[in-house]
Design a protein. Structure first.
Length: 269
């Protein structure tokens, strides 16, 4: 039976080594868990202002039983607890950031990340110490047990379906197309301001009219007082004229009021 030559044996060994090396390179994991890929798993764009986006996120989380830890026009934090049958406890935390895009402020981007923390129930038993005069201090088997949660794992959820479902739920709570909340609020404020101006103008016009009415009343009162005074003065003036036309007896006539004429001189004999 022919045997392989040293050359063939060396070639075969080299080929096997190359195959193993390539297989090892193919199975090597990346050095870092993060690759910073642009998959858009954690972001979604919306054609509404940032405050409306955050309000939609808050409502979406409330609809799923999350407890809101913080909510503002820029972000929302919420948590939800899960109890598993095998005494394991899971807490899911969602952090939402709403960034307004564009100069008009009518577009925004939602950034969401979810962290899942796993806990187990940890029992802490404490024994009671009893002091005996002969034996000293002895630990007895009876005591108390305090249960606490110990974190055993924490991970950021990176499943695209998880975030897609959340973003779709958010979309249900966004303002409907055509319902410009910002524009409506501005219109309402403008309407209120105009109504206030109109009311102020009406009040001023009422004050001016009241002033005119009072001035007219004052003038009418003056005119009436003048008429009354004239009516009082008219009889006195008539009586004076009548007295001058018909002098009373014993009173000097106008002819007597002048110089008396001289008596005639006596005639001589």
């Amino acid at each position: 039976m022919p045997t392989a030559t040293p050359y063939l044996r060396g070639t075969a060994l080299a080929s096997i080594s190359a195959v193993l090396l390539l297989a090892g390179c193919a199975t090597d994991k990346p050095k870092y868990a993060e690759t910073f890929s642009d998959k858009g798993t954690y972001t979604r764009d919306y054609a509404v202002p940032g405050k409306d986006t955050c309000e939609a996120a808050r409502r979406a989380l409330l609809s799923q039983g999350y407890a809101i830890q913080k909510a503002s026009a820029e972000g929302v934090d919420a948590i939800k607890n899960f109890q598993e049958p095998d005494q394991k406890h899971t807490q899911l935390s969602l952090h939402v950031v709403c960034a307004t895009d564009g100069k008009d402020g009518q577009h925004s981007t939602a950034f969401v990340n979810a962290v899942q923390d796993h806990y187990i129930v940890k029992k802490n038993s404490t024994s009671a110490g009893v002091g005996l005069s002969v034996l000293g201090s002895v630990s007895m088997p009876f005591g108390s047990s305090d249960d606490s949660l110990a974190k055993v794992a924490s991970e950021t959820i990176d499943a695209p379906d998880f975030y897609d479902n959340f973003f779709d739920l958010m979309a249900r709570y966004l303002p409907k197309p055509g319902s410009d909340t910002t524009g409506t609020a501005a219109k309402d404020q403008a309407g209120k301001d105009q109504a206030a101006k109109d009311q102020a103008a009406k009040d001023q016009a009422a004050k001016d009219q009241a002033a005119k009415d009072q001035a007219a009343k004052d003038q009418a009162a003056k005119d009436q007082a003048a008429k009354d005074q004239a009516a009082k003065d008219q009889p006195a003036a008539g009586q004076s004229a009548q007295d001058q036309a018909n002098p009373r007896p014993g009173s000097d006539s106008p002819s007597d009021s002048g110089t008396a004429s001289p008596s005639p001189a006596p005639s001589t004999p």
